[in-house]
Every structure is written in structure tokens, then in C-alpha cells.
Design a protein around this ligand. Structure first.
Ligand code: XMP
Length: 319
């Protein structure tokens, strides 16, 4: 892609001019934006860049391993992987309020990130994968009367005591342009084409209390749903697909026995920007196949429903 080739060269020159000999840290989430930012930065400044991956233990199955192997082994990027799942789960114990969960996760994220950046001796710059729509959204969020529906912790500055200069090489780009840039940089399709995933991870897909056990159950259901979506060739036609583990038990029958287990909801939507969304019209055969696999293969779930709410009035996530 000619345009992205030119952008790449220009962005690299700009990063070098801004950073000079300085040290840069970048928070990696496994998502498209921070991943592309990290690879671009690495191309510009090599080992002056260290990435920090704060693992809250609420990622999908295999995701942390994939992040580590992609960035460390394939791209040779200096990467700190901090497994902080015990800390996050301990602080989330007993918390059921959606905003409460988001605030705890956001705060811990910053705390752990800061700890790790001090361990490596600090840095002069903090790199972020901020996109153009993030810039607009955070400006309008502070510029006028507006209602905060959900507090995102990804955008919106550092605490005052973490005063590093910001490097935001993707600030002018839209999501599709970030994807094109990632391809231009030779990044694997598994990262580039990946569905969006919220910063608080599976915590906001477990209404009610988040426990390790419930996160494990959810991960198994999620894996089955996405496996079937990929098998059916539908992954790229869908903006986001995931499962939600409901804090509701229902009665079922399995063999000769009665079961009393949790209900799981499937969610799949089409969207262009996440601001509005429509339910994905799966055929009934697909849905029943997924439901029977989940109920048969995942211990702890005995009923599956499909969420057919569009946004608005629903949001994409349940919390
Ligand atoms: P909602 O649920 O508000 O979500 O319709 C719109 C899009 O934003 C994602 N989302 C988040 N992304 N940090 C993020 O980076 C967050 O805290 C967060 N909360 C929701 C959601 O997955 C959807 O793509």
C-alpha cells in the first residue's frame, strides 16, 4: 500500500526526531492499536523501547502467551510480562458493581504499570496507541455536558506523578488505517484482524462477582463460540463476538440427572465504529450447534441464550 508505505517512513522519522536518544515505554494490551504502535516504535528506535504487558488474568484463553511470543520472539521487542492476576482477582473479590470493577481495574493497571516502569529504571517517554477517534471522543467528553456511560481507562492521561512526555504515533489514524499500517509492517493477521477487546477484559463479561473459577468457565465457552465462528468463516464479518457468564442458575437435565448450573449469553454484533451496532443474524443451525457444544463441553453452564439487542439501546458489552 503506497499511502501506508509513505506514512510508515514519515512516522518513523517523526518518532526519531521526537525521542532522540530517550527511553520509551509502551503499555501493550494485545489489542490492535497498542500492538501496531509497539511494532512501529520498535522499527524507529529499536531497543530504546520497552513494552510492558500488565496481565490482569482476565484475558481470553491463550492470549497472554500469544502476546508474549509474538512480541518477544517474533519481533524481538524488549517486553516485560507481569502476571498480576492474583492481585487483580483479590481486589475484585466481592465487587459486583460494573463501574466499581472498572475503577479497580483501571487503578491497579496504573499502579502495576508504574511499578514495572520503575523496576526498569524509568523512561523519558510513554507511548500510547491513541487513535484519531479516541482523541475526538476524549475532547468531546471533556468539552461539554455529556453523560459517561462507561469509564474507559485506556485514554485520558496519566496521574500527575507520572510525568512523561507522550508519544502517540497513531493519533491521526482511523482503525482501518491502523490495520493497513500493521499489514505494511508485516504483522500477523491474527493480531491485525482481531476483534476489539475491552481493557477490563473478562471482568465486564461476568456480571456479578468475578472469580478465577468463573473466569475459567467463561474462557471455555468463549473459545468454543469463537472456534465455531472461525470454522463457519464468519469471523471477519463480525465486529465483535463473545460470551457472557450470567449470575443466574437454571435447571436442566443431563442423562438421568437434574442439573442446576449457570446460564451463558452469546453476543455477536456488526458495527463500523462501536458507537452503534446490530445483532449478527446467525442461522439457527449455527446457534444450536454452539449451544450444544457449550452445554456439553463446559462444566458449569447448562443453558445458552443469544442476545439480540442492538446498540442503542443496548451497549455491546453487558457492563
Ligand atoms: P459498549 O459496551 O460501550 O462498547 O457498547 C463499545 C466498544 O468499546 C469496547 N469497550 C472498551 N474498550 N476499554 C476499551 O478499550 C474499555 O474499558 C471498554 N469498554 C468497552 C467494547 O468492547 C466495544 O468494542
Amino acid at each position: 500500500d503506497w499511502t501506508m508505505g509513505a506514512f510508515r517512513a514519515e512516522a518513523i522519522a517523526r518518532i526519531r526526531a521526537q525521542v532522540g536518544e530517550g527511553r520509551v515505554i509502551c503499555g501493550l494490551s494485545g489489542g490492535v492499536d497498542s500492538s501496531v504502535a509497539a511494532v512501529l516504535l520498535h522499527e524507529a528506535i529499536g531497543d530504546q523501547l520497552t513494552c510492558i504487558y500488565v496481565d490482569h488474568g482476565l484475558m481470553r484463553a491463550g492470549e497472554s502467551e500469544q502476546v508474549v511470543s509474538t512480541f518477544r520472539d517474533r519481533f524481538n521487542i524488549k517486553l516485560v510480562h507481569r502476571d498480576a492476576s492474583d492481585l487483580f482477582l483479590a481486589q475484585l473479590a466481592g465487587v459486583t458493581d460494573p463501574e466499581g470493577k472498572r475503577k479497580i481495574i483501571g487503578r491497579l493497571f496504573i499502579e502495576v504499570f508504574e511499578e514495572e516502569q520503575q523496576k526498569i529504571g524509568g523512561a523519558d517517554f510513554l507511548a500510547q496507541g491513541t487513535l484519531y477517534p479516541d482523541v475526538i471522543e476524549s475532547v468531546s467528553a471533556t468539552g461539554g455536558p455529556s453523560v459517561t456511560i462507561k469509564s474507559h481507562h485506556n485514554v485520558g492521561g496519566l496521574p500527575a506523578h507520572m510525568r512523561m512526555k507522550l508519544v502517540e504515533p497513531l493519533r491521526e489514524l482511523f482503525k482501518d488505517e491502523v490495520r493497513a499500517l500493521g499489514r505494511e509492517l508485516g504483522m500477523p493477521e491474527a493480531i491485525i484482524g482481531r476483534h476489539p477487546f475491552p481493557g477490563p477484559g473478562l471482568a465486564i463479561r461476568i456480571p456479578g462477582e468475578v472469580t478465577r473459577e468463573r473466569a475459567d468457565i467463561l474462557r471455555q465457552a468463549d473459545t468454543i463460540f469463537l472456534e465455531e465462528i472461525r470454522l463457519a468463516g464468519l469471523y471477519d464479518a463480525i465486529w465483535q463476538a463473545f460470551t457472557v457468564l450470567l449470575p443466574v442458575k437454571s435447571v436442566g437435565v443431563m442423562g438421568d440427572g437434574r442439573t442446576y448450573e449457570s446460564v451463558c449469553a452469546l453476543r455477536a454484533v456488526t458495527s463500523t465504529d462501536g458507537m452503534t451496532a446490530d445483532v449478527y443474524p446467525f442461522d439457527m443451525g449455527f446457534l444450536t450447534r454452539v449451544a450444544s457444544r457449550i452445554v456439553n463441553e463446559v462444566r458449569g453452564i447448562n443453558r445458552v441464550t443469544y442476545d439480540i439487542t442492538s446498540k442503542p439501546p443496548g451497549t455491546i458489552e453487558w457492563e
